[in-house]
Design a protein around this ligand. Sequence first.
Ligand code: HEC
Length: 282
Amino acid sequence: MTRSPNTEDRWTGVLAKLPRGARLMLTAFLAIIGTGYLIAVLNIYHSHSKADGVDGMSLDDIRAVYSGLTVARGRPSPSRMLTMIQTTMREYISSEEDFEVLQAWLKEGGGKDTFDEGKGKKTPRRIIMRNCLRCHSASTDTDISKHAPFAPDEWDVKHAGLSEFLSPVAEPGKPTRVPPQYQIPRLILVSHMHMLSIPMFTLVVGLLFMTARVSPGVRGFLTPLPMLALVFDFGGWWLARTADVFIFAIAGAGGVFGVVFGIQLLVVTIDMWRPMREAGSD
Ligand code: HEC
């Protein structure tokens, strides 16, 4: 059964009939959402593109974060610690030399036997004591020290206190299996923040798009795609631990969301300012 064309017509093009003030408000809203989305994409790139220990965004970055990764010997060993010092923790490392030493140690796998290797005070242990413990030791009582305490106090750090954030020790001659960098508590945090916010503006833009003057076929096809993509994206974050196919779901869903959401934003904005045709269809 098809619906009478009148039901469709009632809403089609309705945005163009709104007063100018309302259209300005909606246009500003769409501009903010569009820009916010682009910034979010840059943020994803910044925080995840090195997750697999190699520059640039790839499926292995998504694996490193959500499902864990098998790393061939000789390749840099990704770990939460390596990612963090290359991204948000970079600013806390006082000198370029300290950064290089710490990064090299982490890329090698962050082994216990090399924890004290280096020149004078330039050993991984010393560098972490100097640069990290003022926030990451339990005695400082900072918020992060409750989630990620590296040591009981600021005077020394044991390798065991870091192991949660390092790659596991490789068996000689075998590739390293690295666990997902997002552990369950972090996944819960990230999920609830994203699942309660992104669908809201996706819904608003989707509803506006439902009124656009494009062919009903195109509208029917494109309207549900961003929201469906979110289901696959959020679902993938959790299911990636069980099967590799969900890594492709996350990547695919991200791509579909970006493209179709972008189209919806543009079409709605243009449609809103395109004059009504003087036809007698009303
Ligand atoms: C000024 C305080 C501060 C300093 C100094 C600091 N961190 Fe952090 N660190 C934080 C905060 C806050 C977070 C949580 C924010 C986030 O996840 O982006 C965090 C998160 C982390 C995490 C992720 C923990 C998790 O649960 O996944 C790692 C690993 C880490 N830091 C390593 C380091 C290292 C290595 C250093 C020293 C080079 C360092 N941090 C220095 C405040 C600090």
